[in-house]
Design a protein around this ligand. Sequence first.
Ligand SMILES: [Zn+2]
Length: 255
Amino acid sequence: MWLRMPIELAGGYTSGSQRTRVVSEAWGEENLYCPNCPSSALRRAAPNTEAIDFTCPDCENPFQLKSGARPFAARIIDAAYDAMRRAIHQARTPNLLLLHYDAMRWEVQNLLLVPRFVFSMSCIEKRKPLSPAAERHGYVGCFILLGNIPRDARIRVVADGVVSSPHAVREQYARLRPLEKLGHEARGWTLDVLNVVRSLGREDFSLADVYARSPELARLHPRNLHVHDKIRQQLQRLRNLGFAEFQGRGIYRVM
Ligand SMILES: [Zn+2]
């Protein structure tokens, strides 16, 4: 993977966002590979394919590439809220690639991969409707809340200018793949509990540590009245998925 982006292609464009799109998509065509199968390249999607920029020529996994010259914000502007909600409910979200480049040197600094099967309603937030004066008034967009996705589910393909090995990226992707079989609601719970566990900031933790964070889990899942039961069930699942271990006496270890 080369970090230098083909800035020479931006010549004919004056708008900053068009230049970014043209250059980053051309870079992607040369440098991206599939994390789901051994394919060493991704193919550009037909123009105007909604929310999909690349597909894998072998396994047909879809990818969306979002590029910018600023480091990733905690909230990333995404498409219409209803379209995103439907995509999550119907398991149609593409793999998300977030690219941050150095605008002076046109070099990729960070590339983050969020697998398509880690999205749940916990990681999107409805934006305010556009005002009646706006051209698309009534339109309701959404944010992707990067902070609500545990770091296990944010795969660093490039981190601060250092390229990860495709082997490591594919391994991390494969580790998350069992989440694909869960519905969006179940995986939302699993990842939300993992996020809480990670945010404790230590390897060993107790059930009480996670119970103490019940209010924030209840906020993410307002319809569920049995949050403690859910927490215990999710810790089991995290163990089955290899993210946590039981140490006995109510103590767990996060891997
Ligand atoms: Zn593939």
